[in-house]
Design a protein around this ligand. Structure first.
Ligand code: PLP
Length: 451
């Protein structure tokens, strides 16, 4: 390995980072991670911490998942690549599709379309939604609805349904016909009436109103995360997603669950949709499907849609979409091993227990530190703290304070993620009791340093 100085200098000189200012790498150098074991990462200076980010919401099984590493290595030896475009396929992807069919049967999803990541999965679902309506003769259904504060990746379609200006403004004009409704965000409730349940009702009413305004016959799909992740971990009231399902069904609008983060155990359930008792029409997955060890994703498709596609005789159902790496055999082998490990270890159970532990710890920190305006969590290992400089006005905390807090927490033993005024915690789902305690005590040190 090159030495620390070489890596730091060339990081600033030779590469641009996603979601970062390209001129900022020297003043604010990123942590250079060079190895990892279990749920811990080690940087180029030899400092080891618990990874409370879980890679990027994806390393659910930790960094030492040997069966997945073995599956990847073995598959590289036997068949490192073969395409699934019309005319060929590979054995691994067929086996994976069959395992996913069984895994997602309770969600009513029976076919898989493979991708190389979350943005690809969202793009695929949006395209298939439009095509589905065209096959059925409803050509006018082209628009998409989504939630403000939602995050759906960075392709043009995904960016168009994203509900955060930071990921949109510099890339406009985006796809026409994408409209957003308020998110059920209790802490910064856009309505005058309070309470999570009432807020969910008002957001559902906003959805009904938008559908009436646009015309139901113009809308292809509504896309949402079961628990909003990148927007700051916003769990809706339990009535919200079932309410969305009901409204979509009533108006012939497809419901796409963006489960790039929530599928495979993160919410403490096997999927976010199952967490709320909802069957979506499509589900976008990625991230933990291969535990972050290989770029891979899958869109799962409901039965009624598969019939429309598979029985079509008009010629409109041929899928003019796909990626070179759709169904990559190494990714498929990794995903097969991940699925087996995820089930063997029953990771949602641990995610629920450790999530509750962390949530309790964060509420205790809120009692201690004025800076913590809101604590969000309670649904598996997805938690967030929203920091404010003043609890009464809810004015966001300044960047310097949150940056220092993150730095001190890192020195004290945990890598946490900062997104705007939020500290986001999404550690591996195999986290132990003691490792969860380390995250909390590192945060405590961070807050003590800036309070
Ligand atoms: N959808 C959601 C809900 C996500 O959280 C993300 C990434 O964080 C994406 C889509 C995009 O996934 P990727 O970064 O793999 O393209």
């Amino acid at each position: 390995m090159k030495d620390s100085n070489f890596l730091k200098e060339h990081n600033a000189k030779s590469l641009w980072h996603p979601m970062a200012h390209p001129g900022d790498s020297l003043a604010n150098p990123p942590a250079i991670i060079t190895s990892a074991q279990g749920v811990k990462i080690t940087d180029v200076d030899g400092h080891e911490v618990v990874d409370a980010v879980g890679g990027l919401w994806n390393v659910n099984l930790g960094f030492s998942c040997q069966p997945v590493k073995d599956a990847i290595a073995a598959q590289l030896d036997v068949l490192p690549y073969y395409s699934t475009f019309r005319g060929t396929t590979n054995d691994q992807v067929i086996q994976l599709a069959e395992e996913l069919r069984k895994f997602f049967a309770p969600d009513g999803l029976t076919r898989a379309f493979f991708t190389s990541g979350g943005s690809d999965s969202v793009e695929t679902a949006l395209r298939l939604a439009r095509q589905y309506h065209k096959i059925r003769g409803e050509e006018g259904r082209t628009k998409f609805l989504s939630l403000k504060k939602g995050y759906h990746g960075t392709h043009m379609g995904g960016a168009s349904v994203n509900g955060n200006a930071n990921f949109r403004t510099q890339y406009e004009p985006l796809l026409p016909g994408c409209h957003h409704i308020p998110a059920p965000y209790t802490y910064r409730n856009p309505f005058n009436e309070s309470g999570p349940e009432r807020l969910a009702q008002l957001c559902l009413q906003a959805l009904e109103d938008e559908i009436a305004f646009q015309g139901a016959g113009t809308i292809a799909a509504f896309i949402m995360e079961p628990v909003l992740g990148a927007g700051g971990v916003i769990p809706p009231h339990k009535s919200f997603m079932p309410g969305v399902r009901e409204i979509c069904s009533k108006h012939g609008i497809l419901l796409i669950a963006d489960e790039v983060i929530t599928a495979f155990g993160r919410t403490g359930s096997w999927s976010g949709s199952r967490h709320w008792g909802v069957q979506p029409d499509m589900m976008a997955t990625a991230k933990a499907i291969t535990n972050g060890y290989f770029p891979f994703g899958a869109v799962m498709i409901a039965d009624h849609m598969t019939e429309t596609f598979e029985k079509d005789t008009t010629g409109k159902a041929a899928i003019g979409h796909g990626y070179t790496y759709s169904g990559h055999p190494v990714g498929a082998a990794a995903a097969l091993a991940c699925l087996a490990e995820t089930q063997r270890l029953n990771v949602p159970e641990n995610a629920a227990a450790r999530g509750a532990q962390i949530h309790r710890g964060l509420l205790a920190l809120q009692e201690k530190y004025e800076l913590i305006g809101d604590v969000r969590g309670g649904h598996g290992l997805m938690c967030a703290l929203e920091l404010v400089s003043d609890r009464a006005t809810k004015a966001a905390v300044d960047k310097k304070t949150i940056g220092k807090l993150q730095k001190v927490a890192y020195e004290a033993g945990a890598m946490v993620r900062v997104s705007g005024p939020n500290i986001i915690l999404s550690p591996p789902l195999v986290l132990s009791d003691a490792e969860a305690a380390t995250i909390l005590s590192a945060l405590d040190s961070g807050f003590a340093a800036v309070s």
